[in-house]
Each structure stands twice: as structure tokens, then as C-alpha cells.
Design a protein around this ligand. Structure first.
Ligand code: TYM
Length: 344
């Protein structure tokens, strides 16, 4: 049973469709996080009723150092603002400051078959097999239930994410549908919102794997970080993997395709137009153009980041206000779910 959006639920503010998304405050963000998620959230704020979360509970699966968790939350809040998220248009909040996330997460765990969780690509790659699996935390397995709670608490219609999160959003839909079938209409069924370009930025050193925060930590040449200065961006792009051709010729290899995709995403061009524009251009020329495009978008973000990061009092006020606004919506959904379970 699925619910027609708008049937039983509080209408989104101003009748705009509601979006919810989040980023883990783990290590530094990279170009993939920006092009796959943050940039769209900011540029499309006027079209949606927006909830953007800093998912610190999720970060506990990978960051054990409490000081790092604390500082990463503030860094991410400053980055959200630096990328153009406007607290007047978007509710910006920290997951752990809204207790309903953990509460609904447990309820959803109780409605999720173990096999669904064990089949998730992310669990399989993080947990490995055999002895490794014995040691990995249970949170790595149940993480998708907490993510589903993040989304379902806000009756989100859309979840703007990069391509790597598609499977998690699909699972969230399956869990919500299962609860609705078993317990009556509790949740709105959300849709992933994944863009045509920039949704899967690949590693610069290995364009067959997606750009990821954890790989960037051990191999700096893997990723452009959002706070990399222009000369570091230039150096990393100049070393990015291409192929044996001297210039862009179709069909292009994975490394060149990645550079073209980055350029297309930043400039807002289609992939086809970008290929046409660079066909015959030397790899040196392509890399120069990609470096310039990246630095043009990152430099102003970095300047605004420094400004916001220096003002912790403002950051804390934004987050406290966000948690209060988020809590009102989340608590109403939690109550609906609890009643459906016979808990209240
Ligand atoms: P996270 O923190 O790994 O990534 C944040 C966002 O960045 C996108 N992304 C990418 N996009 C393009 N190319 C890449 N190489 C790339 N790497 C990451 C991700 O798709 C994501 O949109 N589980 C989520 C966080 C989360 C969440 C949620 C998201 C928790 N609760 C509720 C949406 C809704 C995660 O770990 O994202």
C-alpha cells in the first residue's frame, strides 16, 4: 500500500514539495559531495521545502574520536552555509539533536528483514567476509534503518543525493511500504532525486571507483577536497588518470569521461555538449579547463567557509533553531508511528 503524497500528512510549507537530505560529518568533504549533493540543494532551495541534516549519529560508525565528531559537525555546518544553504529557506540541523531519529530508527529495525540489510552493497564492502565481519559494528549493518528514519520523519517527497545513495533510498521505500502494509498508512513514500551529471564523481587516481572520503584520507591524490587551495587543485587534476590518447577522442576512457563529467556538472552543460566542445582538445587543455572550472566554484565557497567557521556562536544558533523546527515535524511523525505500533 503506498500513500498518495499529501493525503494524510501535514502539507509542506508553501505547498512546495519537501526534500530531506544529509551528509556525514566525517573527514573533509570532496568534490563528489559538492557536485552530487550540496550544490543542488543550495541552487534549488527556492523550489522545495527543505530539511538538511548533519548526520552525526551515522558518523559514529566510522569516527571514534569524540573531538573529531564535535569539530566536524561545526565544519559541516559552516560548509552548508558557505555553499549557500540559507537558514531562512532551509531547516539546517544536527541529527542527534532530534531524538526522534534514533527512536524511529529502532522501530524500523524491528520491521526490516535481516536479509535486506545484509544485501546492501555498502554493508558488504565495509563488512567484508569471514573474521572481518565478526568485528564490524552492528551499526554498519543497521545504518540504513537510521537513514530511513531520517527521511521518513519529515514526510519527504524527494531525497536529493548522489548515485551511491540510490540503494539506500530504495531500501527506505521498501521499509516504509512494509510498515504501511503491516500497520496502516504511516509513512509517505519518498523518491530519490539524482541528477544527470555530477551524481557519480570518480576517483582521480582510479576512475573505476567512486570518489570517497575514506579513500581520500589515505590517498590524497584520489580526491579534490572542498577546502583544497587552487594550486593543490591544479596539481591533483594535472596528475589525474587519463589514457594513452593524446587528446579527447570518442569513445573516451573512464578517466577522461570523469573529467568531462566534472566540467559538465560545474558548468551546467549536458554531457553531449561537453564532449562536442572538447573533442580534439589535448588532455593538457582539458585539465586546464577543468582546473579553472573547479577553482572558480570552490574559491568563493572557501572564502565564505572561513567567515562562517570563525563564528561558532552563529553556527550554534543556526543549529539550535534548526533542531527546534525539525523536532516539531519529526515528533509528529514519530507519534503517528508509535501509535500505529500500539506504543502510545
Ligand atoms: P555521504 O556523507 O557519504 O555523502 C553525502 C552526499 O554526497 C554524495 N556523494 C557523491 N556524489 C557524487 N559523486 C561522489 N563520488 C559522491 N560521494 C558522495 C552522496 O550520494 C550524498 O548525497 N548515507 C548518507 C548520508 C545520509 C542521508 C540520510 C542522505 C544519512 N541520512 C538521509 C540522504 C537522506 C551518506 O553517507 O552520504
Amino acid at each position: 500500500m503506498s500513500i498518495a503524497p499529501g493525503s494524510d500528512f501535514p502539507p509542506p510549507r508553501g505547498d512546495r514539495p519537501r526534500v530531506l537530505s544529509g551528509i556525514q560529518p566525517t573527514f573533509q568533504l570532496h568534490l563528489g559531495n559538492y557536485l552530487g549533493a550540496l550544490r543542488h540543494w543550495a541552487s534549488e532551495q527556492h523550489s522545495y521545502d527543505n530539511f538538511f541534516c548533519i548526520v552525526d549519529l551515522h558518523a559514529l560508525t566510522v569516527v571514534p574520536d569524540p573531538e573529531l565528531v564535535r569539530s566536524s559537525v561545526l565544519e559541516l555546518a559552516a560548509l552548508y552555509l558557505a555553499c549557500g544553504l540559507d537558514p531562512g529557506r532551509s531547516v539546517i540541523f544536527v541529527q542527534s539533536q532530534v531524538p526522534a531519529h534514533a527512536q524511529l530508527g529502532w522501530i524500523l529495525e524491528c520491521h526490516t528483514p535481516l536479509g535486506w540489510l545484509e544485501r546492501m552493497t555498502q554493508f558488504r564492502s565495509k563488512a567484508g567476509t569471514g573474521r572481518e565481519r565478526e568485528r564490524v559494528s552492528a551499526g554498519v549493518l543497521t545504518y540504513p534503518d537510521l537513514m530511513a528514519a531520517d527521511i521518513l520523519l519529515y514526510n519527504a517527497e524527494f531525497v536529493p543525493v548522489g548515485d551511491d545513495q540510490r540503494q539506500h533510498v530504495e531500501l527506505c521505500r521498501d521499509i516504509a511500504q512494509r510498515v504501511n502494509t503491516l500497520r496502516g498508512e504511516v509513512f509517505r513514500i519518498p523518491e530519490p532525486l539524482i541528477r544527470a551529471t555530477g551524481a557519480r564523481v570518480m576517483g582521480l587516481d582510479d576512475p573505476t571507483t567512486k570518489m570517497s572520503k575514506s579513500t581520500a584520507l589515505v590517498k590524497p591524490a584520489h580526491a579534490i577536497l572542498m577546502l583544497d587551495p587552487p594550486d593543490v587543485v591544479r596539481r591533483k587534476i594535472s596528475r589525474a588518470t587519463t589514457d594513452a590518447n593524446p587528446a579527447v577522442v570518442e569513445p573516451v576512457g573512464a578517466g577522461v569521461a570523469n573529467l568531462l563529467d566534472i566540467h559538465a556538472a560545474i558548468r551546467g552543460d549536458s554531457r553531449a555538449d561537453t564532449v562536442a566542445r572538447f573533442t580534439g582538445v589535448s588532455y593538457g587543455g582539458l585539465k586546464q579547463a577543468v582546473t579553472d572550472a573547479i577553482n572558480e566554484v570552490l574559491e568563493p565557497v572557501q572564502a565564505r567557509y572561513r567567515h562562517w567557521r570563525a563564528d561558532e556562536a552563529v553556527l550554534r544558533t543556526v543549529l539550535a533553531d534548526g533542531a527546534e523546527r525539525a523536532g516539531v515535524v519529526a515528533d509528529a511523525t514519530l507519534l503517528r508511528a508509535q501509535r500505529a505500533m500500539g506504543l502510545r
